[in-house]
Design a protein around this ligand. Structure first.
Ligand code: PLP
Length: 475
């Protein structure tokens, strides 16, 4: 502890730290108060590490270390932390990386609508109040074959609004095989309880029959709920009840049949999957009354939740007080309308998510070879020392994934560049990529860093090369 005490005592005083040239520069641009607050925060965390004895000395002196911590935190705090990254993981709808990148037309719409006043809730004909939902309702109806549609903040909100409207205080029958948890914070039993519905789980994990549902119906039952098992698949001896059978039972008993479809596929994909996903239109055609889905998964748009189906039921949701707390923002609606219009036009390869799914292997192989050659070239000819003996690059075959709660067991065969260093572990190399000026998020496999090319967007190859040059200069 005396060691700790003497370390704590040798931390320089505030005035002295404020005079470090780099720190003084920050004071000039960001203001002295901001810099003082940041120094205090950096020193607090360093002091805690010293007291908790988790602090380890590197080859730096304490003075250097303090200066380093302070300038690092100053840099962090004076630039945005929500920043653009290159997704080289091969996971197309990556929830941690912001799910779907938007189409150019969606971006243009956002920038137009955000910059100016708009017809968000204004009718040009009436010269007065209009409907925020009207911009996207007919488009969804047209694309999904629905009578009515409503957009809210995300699919979790859509499910909650649907259940709160149709089943508050009443029973909802759902299969034990479909009590889904998505990403740790969305769990069907919890959403049900929050909507004040009473959950009646029926059947078994691997098998639920129509008789199980029928046997559970009482006069207090309001809803049959089907949930898409987005992120897992039950295999082996399994059976689940078809939508048609559930629709028939719901109609016979006067119940509402709701499906939480999750991923929001709007059109069939040009890839053969063993277990294809159903589109929202498929669900409605099979007799589902209300289908809900996300806008930023397979659909490839912004974060939004769609409720589509029966007009009579959706009209009740329009008057629910929760709707106001869940409404979508104008930028989101602008991006969503533009994305739906791309579907309407039939040019769906303008939607990055769809394009990435449908890119064929030959194209990916070509991209991987090109990236590999450029990386090798950079390693040889960069201003930094030639490290081509330490580091090797190779085009490798990889498994890519759709992600975002769709096709949980399907893998897309793709290509990437495997990078291996003789002197550095894959983890340390991956860290260097992630913390480069333009962060590159790679995969890691078999002790190698892998840059999957399927999820690279226009301009990403240049970003990778520039970040890689930067890594080399500190190699
Ligand atoms: C993703 C998903 C949700 C949650 O949707 P968000 O748009 O993230 O709120 C709900 N249910 C299912 C089945 C999902 O796949």
């Amino acid at each position: 502890m005396s060691d700790a005490n003497s370390l704590l005592r040798s931390i320089p005083a505030m005035d002295q730290l404020l005079n470090i040239p780099m720190v003084a520069e920050f004071s000039a641009t960001m203001g002295r108060e901001f810099v003082k607050e940041t120094i205090t925060a950096a020193l607090d965390s360093l002091r805690r590490e010293i007291c908790d004895e988790i602090f380890t000395f590197t080859d730096k002196t304490l003075g250097e270390l303090v200066e380093n911590r302070i300038t690092t935190l100053l840099h962090q705090r004076s630039s945005s932390t929500l920043k653009s990254v290159v997704n080289a993981t091969g996971v197309i709808v990556h929830t941690n990386l912001g799910r779907a990148p938007l189409a150019n037309k969606a971006l243009e719409a956002v920038s137009d609508i955000a910059r100016t006043y708009s017809t968000l809730e204004y009718s040009l004909e009436k010269g007065g109040r209009g409907e925020r939902n009207s911009h996207i309702e007919w488009l969804i109806c047209h694309i999904c074959g629905a009578e009515a549609a409503l957009a809210v903040n995300n699919n979790a909100a859509a499910v909650l609004l649907a259940l709160s409207t149709c089943a508050a205080g009443r029973e909802v029958i759902v299969s034990n095989g479909e009590l889904v948890e998505i990403g740790g914070s969305f769990r069907i039993p919890e959403i049900l309880s929050f909507s004040t519905a009473i959950m009646k789980a029926v059947g078994c994990t691997n098998s639920t029959r129509i008789a199980d549902y029928r046997g559970a119906v009482t006069e207090n039952t309001a809803v049959l709920l089907k949930v898409h098992t987005s992120n897992y698949r039950i295999e082996g001896f399994t059976s689940c009840t078809s939508r048609e059978e559930l629709a028939e039972l719901a109609a016979a008993c006067g119940l509402v049949f709701i499906e939480d479809l999750g991923s929001g596929l709007l059109c069939p994909l040009g890839v053969a999957f063993t277990h294809p996903e159903h589109s929202a239109r498929n669900c409605l055609e099979a007799g589902v009354d209300i289908v809900t889905f996300s806008g930023d998964k397979l659909l490839g748009g912004p974060q939004i939740g769609v409720i589509a189906g029966s007009k009579q039921i959706i009209d009740r949701m329009r008057n629910h007080p929760l709707l106001r707390a869940m409404r979508a923002d104008k930028m989101t609606l602008a991006a969503f309308e533009a994305t739906l219009r791309i579907y309407l036009s039939g040019r769906r390869d303008e939607i990055p998510v769809i394009k990435m799914i449908e890119t064929d292997e030959g194209v990916l192989l070509k991209k991987a070879r090109q990236l590999c050659a450029k990386l090798k070239q950079t390693a040889k000819t960069g201003e930094a020392k030639d490290i081509s003996n330490d580091i090797s690059f190779e085009v490798v075959q990889v498994d890519d994934a759709i992600g975002g709660g769709a096709f949980p067991t399907e893998r897309l065969s793709g290509f990437g560049v495997g990078i291996q260093s003789a002197s550095r572990s894959a983890e340390s190399l991956a860290l260097a990529f992630r913390t480069a000026p333009v962060p590159i998020i790679p995969g890691i496999r078999d002790g190698r860093v892998i840059l999957h090319v399927r999820t690279l967007l226009d301009g990403d190859e240049e970003r990778i090369i520039s970040s890689f040059s930067n890594i080399l200069s500190g190699y």
